[in-house]
Write a protein of this length. Structure first.
Length: 85
């Protein structure tokens, strides 16, 4: 059974698209189901996540966010580390 990984996102977020693309490319190796949760139409989620998207959730826990994506951060490697644990 695939492990569900949720990306908290909003339309037009280019960093969110990069994370979704990276997770989709890692999906066959780690047996993932990548889901996207768009916060655009939910004020509560928008208030909680707007400044930190993209947020990656595994098992309902926020484990990675946009602050982990600084220039030359190697965010794909960070995502892989999360998936291995």
């Amino acid at each position: 059974m695939p492990r569900v990984v949720t990306v908290v996102s909003r339309k037009g977020c280019h960093l969110c698209e990069k994370v979704v693309d990276a997770l989709n490319s890692l999906s066959p190796r780690y047996d993932l189901e990548v889901r996207v949760l768009d916060i655009s139409h939910d004020a509560k989620l928008m208030n909680k996540y707007f400044l930190t998207i993209p947020v990656v959730q595994i098992g309902g826990k926020d484990l990675f966010d946009g602050r982990d994506m600084t220039i030359d951060s190697g965010y794909v490697s960070k995502l892989e580390q999360l998936l291995r644990s």
